[in-house]
Ligand binder design. Structure first.
Ligand code: NAP
Length: 296
């Protein structure tokens, strides 16, 4: 972590705690520094330095991550993991703050809004990374819009606001035949991926998980997807060397691609936020490896 002289911070810091927008220095967790002074006048500060100790409070922040869809299944796991790592978190979704009580929920800044209409300047202020979990099913048109357009709009908003990193939760292609891959869901996902990789060639991250398991909340109820996902993941990983030859068969990954836990997807996203050398497209296996790097 770089040492920062309090005096240089005084001369360069903004008068309030306005977050810096420039690309932060490369380090494991990039820090920004803001300084509050008891006096508004620079000249007074100089005088005070000569006579008595001044009242300076250094406010060192870690990353500030904006999670698009932070109230959803994967998004909430990302928010929770980020909070546990001391990362400042803003979530944007149409429903805003979730209704269930939890201590990590209180530590997230919940913004209610739609990516197509939101004031991005406000949402993205001071952000060091954007993580998008936008996606879903519906009609062809709806799937193109939420998996594709919504993410394209978000990538461009992040780029225009100078945000240095964009992380997209995409999807594994399951080895599917091209007529299925040309449906709105996959077409939208690939459009979003292309936008991330073209606008962020040296920092953009695309995570491609298969089935994600964990506890999914639906209308106040918890669906324990882990009861199925966890044992299936264990069996498929244990038998991988036997089943590998089958993976060249079309759609074989519908049966053979191991599920991944929502916590691993979240940790892989956190690793992407904090590791400047982590960019590009990541497979299911690589997601798990990335999660290991930041698991405590
Ligand atoms: N779950 C899986 O097994 C799985 C597997 C592979 C890939 N994925 C991908 O992972 C991502 C997350 O999946 P998930 O299961 O967590 O989905 P989810 O629970 O439906 O979460 C989607 C989030 O996006 C928000 N959202 C949707 N439209 C929005 C808009 N116009 N503006 C702002 N926010 C919006 C939703 O909140 P509001 O509705 O309140 O706006 C919600 O918070 C998706 O891209 C999905 O395709 C999921």
């Amino acid at each position: 972590m770089a040492l920062i002289s309090p005096f240089s911070a005084i001369s360069s810091a903004p008068s309030s705690l306005t977050p810096l927008r420039t690309r932060p220095p490369t380090s494991h967790f990039r820090n920004r520094i803001g300084v509050r002074c008891s006096s508004a006048e620079a000249a007074t500060i100089r005088d005070d330095l000569q006579s008595a100790a001044i009242d300076v409070v250094a406010d060192i922040k870690t990353e500030r991550v904006v999670v698009l869809g932070g109230s959803g299944f994967v998004g909430s796991a990302i928010c929770k993991a980020a909070v546990s790592k001391g990362i400042e978190v803003v979530s944007l979704s149409r429903s805003g703050r979730p209704t269930y009580p939890n201590s990590w929920v209180d530590q997230v800044n919940w913004v209610t809004g739609d990516v197509f209409y939101v004031n991005w300047d406000e949402v993205l202020v001071g952000a060091t990374a954007v993580v998008s979990t936008l996606g879903g099913f519906g009609s062809e048109e709806q799937m193109l819009r939420i998996n594709g357009e919504a993410n394209v709009v978000s990538v461009n908003a992040a780029k225009d606001n100078g945000i240095p990193k964009f992380i997209l939760i995409s999807v594994h292609d399951y080895n599917l035949p091209s007529f299925i891959l040309s449906t709105g869901y996959f077409t939208g996902k690939r459009k979003a991926e292309a936008e991330v990789l073209s606008k962020y060639p040296n920092s953009g991250v695309v995570l491609r998980p298969g089935f994600i398991y964990g506890k999914r909340r639906v209308d106040g109820f918890e669906i324990p997807l882990d009861l199925i996902g966890e044992p299936v993941e264990r069996i498929l990983c244990a038998t991988e060397s036997f089943t590998r030859p089958l993976s060249s068969l079309p759609a074989s990954d519908l049966l053979l691609a191991p599920p991944v836990s929502v916590d691993d997807v979240a940790l892989a996203a956190i690793n992407a936020v904090s590791d400047d050398d982590f960019f590009g497209i990541f497979t299911i296996e690589q997601i798990k490896e990335a999660a290991e790097k930041v698991r405590v």
